[in-house]
Design a protein around this ligand. Structure first.
Ligand code: ADP
Ligand code: ADP
Length: 226
């Protein structure tokens, strides 16, 4: 069974903007997959629909074999989402943020604390665990978002422009962390408008432009045709 299978997905927003014009997308389990495209192409809309945060207009979508009926439940349990915006409470500490997120997913508190330590350490945030989130740099906030998304140990991690505004050193350490998570078996999908990032990380890639998938191939094949 595929990690993700999208067929004929369309999205027209209330104002009439056709953000997705019938896209097909398959992602195998264990893949590291890039959705590459310019601003406004439809990347965030696609992710929002996969996570059941945005309603689709038509088409089918299946997450680890769960069809539309159970997809919302599946999205909550199987997917860790790292959205673009910093949507955590800036006045909570890092520990509070990640442990509360675990609670939201029904992870017992004892396990939540163990995972909080593991992921905050791996993401080089443990020293800051009792600081308020608003005191963090942009790169630290991005890493906090990743730690938070892993607290229920999802089978799939989806990241929307994870390294936007992050300097090159921090970006490299984030890339290494993501590769490691992927090697442990987590399927990763990330959006980027930046080919170098996809090239560094991803095995397969789809290029989206103006709501249409214009290319869907292995990274290797894409690079050999450039
Ligand atoms: P990307 O993530 O690739 O930048 P988006 O999925 O955010 O693209 O946007 C795709 C298109 O849908 C754009 O034209 C955008 O303006 C439009 N759009 C996105 N969100 C909304 C919304 N909530 N209401 C109306 N239009 C939207
Ligand atoms: P918000 O405060 O943004 O409304 P929620 O309380 O709904 O957020 O969820 C908190 C966080 O949980 C979200 O910011 C997101 O990272 C994650 N989340 C929410 N819904 C989903 C989902 N369907 N799949 C994966 N992660 C989700």
């Amino acid at each position: 069974e595929k990690a993700l299978d999208i067929q004929g997905l369309e999205k027209t927003y209330a104002g009439g903007v056709k953000a997705l014009k019938g896209i097909n997308l398959q992602v195998e389990q264990g893949d590291f997959f890039a959705l590459l495209g310019p601003n406004g192409a439809g990347k965030s809309t696609t992710i929002g629909i996969i996570c059941s945060l945005v309603n689709k207009s038509s088409g089918t979508i299946s997450v680890f074999g769960n069809d539309s009926v159970t997809q919302e439940v599946a999205a909550k349990s199987c997917i860790g989402l790292v959205p673009q915006e910093f949507n955590f409470n800036q006045f909570e500490t890092l520990l509070q943020i990640v442990v509360n997120q675990a609670g939201y997913y029904g992870v017992p508190r004892k396990i939540a604390k163990i995972r909080a330590e593991k992921y905050l350490k791996q993401l080089e945030l443990w020293d800051k665990r009792n600081a308020n989130a608003r005191e963090l740099s942009g790169g630290m906030k991005r890493r906090l978002m990743i730690a938070r998304a892993l607290m229920h140990e999802p089978k799939m991690l989806i990241l929307d422009e994870p390294t936007a505004g992050v300097d090159i050193e921090v970006r490299r350490s984030m890339w290494a962390f993501l590769k490691d998570i992927n090697q442990q078996g987590v399927t990763i999908i990330l959006t980027t408008h930046y080919l170098e990032e996809a090239e560094m990380l991803c095995r397969n890639i789809a290029i989206i432009d103006n709501g249409v998938i214009v290319e869907n191939t292995s990274m290797k094949t894409l690079l050999s045709t450039l």
